[in-house]
Design a protein around this ligand. Structure first.
Ligand code: GSF
Length: 203
């Protein structure tokens, strides 16, 4: 198996953390999806990473499909509940964390445009999604130790990767002060080797 990923992609980090937690061997091929030649390297018609290439050459994307697949192929460290309702809640939290990222990445990309060409109303709309999404995640966590139930799950991994990317790209956001429970979860996750070993490079 081979994972095609960029080292700064929070979605790819989610997959890399899952691979490490589940002790699944997988080759990593680093790709920058924004380069013109990426269409040859990234076997996803949408041009996005991560992509998992299976041993028979077939491909899986996006990150939610990949992590689901990985959790099913190995019984080591189950990250998804088996029962329908708990599974739906964990996947809903993952969708929320990914959605916060989608909105924040939209803002990040808009910042790359010259100041006069930025759509500030649209950026504001995206920032509202980030703020509301973080509020909802903090509410989901409450005073529990983990995002769902009483044990570590994919919900924690998704939230940890989203918070890590926000820390890297938007260090001035005040979510650690506004939501101390999320800050504490983030600290705790950072002590796991799966998170420490997948820290994104600063550029
Ligand atoms: C999102 C992947 C994505 O946006 C998933 O796999 O969960 N829903 C998908 N990947 C970005 C890199 S990053 O910002 O994580 C990507 O590959 N963008 C290239 C493009 O052309 O949009």
């Amino acid at each position: 198996m081979k994972l095609i990923a960029s080292l700064t992609s929070p979605f790819a980090r989610k997959v890399r953390v899952v691979l490490l937690e589940k002790k699944i061997e997988c080759q990593l091929e680093v790709a920058n999806p924004w380069l013109p030649e990426a269409s040859q390297q990234v076997p996803n018609p949408l041009g996005k990473v991560p992509v998992l290439v299976l041993d028979d050459g077939s491909v899986l994307y996006d990150s939610r499909v990949i992590v689901d697949y990985l959790d099913h192929i190995s019984p080591v460290s189950r990250l998804l509940p088996k029962e329908t309702r708990p599974l739906a809640v964990v996947k809903r939290i993952e969708a929320l964390a990914d959605g916060v990222l989608d909105a924040a990445i939209n803002i990040f990309l808009e910042y790359k445009r010259p100041a006069g060409e930025r759509n500030t109303a649209w950026m504001q709309r995206q920032m509202e999604k980030v703020v509301r999404g973080l509020e909802a995640l903090a509410q989901d966590l409450g005073d529990k130790n983990w995002m769902y139930g009483t044990s570590y799950s994919l919900a924690d991994i998704a939230v940890g990767c989203a918070l890590g990317w926000l820390k890297l790209r938007f260090p001035d956001l005040t979510w650690p002060q506004d939501h101390p429970n999320l800050a504490a979860l983030y600290e705790k996750l950072g002590q796991r080797s799966s998170f420490a070993d997948t820290l994104p490079p600063s550029s």
